[in-house]
Design a protein around this ligand. Structure first.
Ligand SMILES: C[S@@+](CC[C@H](N)C(=O)[O-])C[C@H]1O[C@@H](n2cnc3c(N)ncnc32)[C@H](O)[C@@H]1O
Length: 210
């Protein structure tokens, strides 16, 4: 399997230029996420990419630490933070496994479009549960490529991914359903307080540490 940092490094510049595919869904979930944040929150983002979401939310919290396995993504995020003169958003190169082992208790941990790309999302969710302060929120969005409600498209996606992986054009990808995501989060000890699909193929979940 192609190494994640190498794969995403190669795509970082293009990713930074790409338009958000579904602006309405992105803005909706950004707004919902913002509604769970407090000015005193210390926030961790896992797989932050080029930092757009972290920087969009930075004004609503005390601090936000964006992490990503790809040095090229983090380089772009740091440049954007400097351009925007952000004082409370910092970015570090770190795998998801390293990020969930960070010591500081966080009030909110977020990860968007990342957990289906990690080796073991279930173990990460359990580590995030430990990492959060009591009552803290875990907010995630996960593409669900095996979700029956997306129709026949899921069969095409599942057929093409192994071929793309074979030729180095796709990284590790788990094909999950909405129910898989909800179950893994609940089994990690969270209470799901809000969930929906924005856009249809992506499971957005706000979960509270109980
Ligand atoms: C599809 S992009 C999503 C980026 C951003 N969260 C967003 O929603 O636009 C996936 C990101 O996850 C990062 N990534 C992939 N595997 C990772 C891992 N194991 N640990 C940390 N980051 C990872 C990639 O470098 C990339 O920036």
């Amino acid at each position: 399997m192609i190494d994640a940092a190498g794969f995403w490094d190669k795509h970082a510049a293009k990713y930074a230029q790409a338009k958000i595919r579904n602006t309405e869904a992105y803005e909706y979930t950004l707004g919902r996420t913002r509604s769970f944040l407090n000015a005193s929150d210390r926030v961790l983002e896992i797989g932050c990419g080029t930092g757009s979401t972290a920087l969009a939310l930075a004004a609503n919290v005390q601090s936000i630490t964006g992490t990503d396995v790809s040095p090229a993504m983090i380089e772009i995020a740091k440049d954007k933070a400097a351009d925007q003169r952000s004082e409370n958003a910092t970015f570090q190169v770190m795998s998801a496994e390293e990020a969930v082992a960070l010591d500081a208790p966080f009030d909110v941990v977020m990860g968007f479009n990342i957990f289906h790309l990690t080796d073991d999302p279930k173990t990460l969710f359990a580590a995030i549960h430990k990492q959060l302060a009591p009552g803290g929120y875990f907010i995630s969005k996960t593409p669900c490529l095996a979700e029956p409600s997306i129709g026949l498209k899921r069969f095409a996606i599942r057929a093409i991914i192994p071929v793309m992986q074979l030729i180095g054009k796709a990284p590790l990808v788990h094909c999950l359903t909405n129910a898989d995501v909800d179950r893994m989060i609940t089994e990690a000890g969270f209470e799901i307080v809000e969930a929906g699909n924005y856009p249809a193929m992506s499971r957005y979940v706000v979960a509270r540490r109980v």
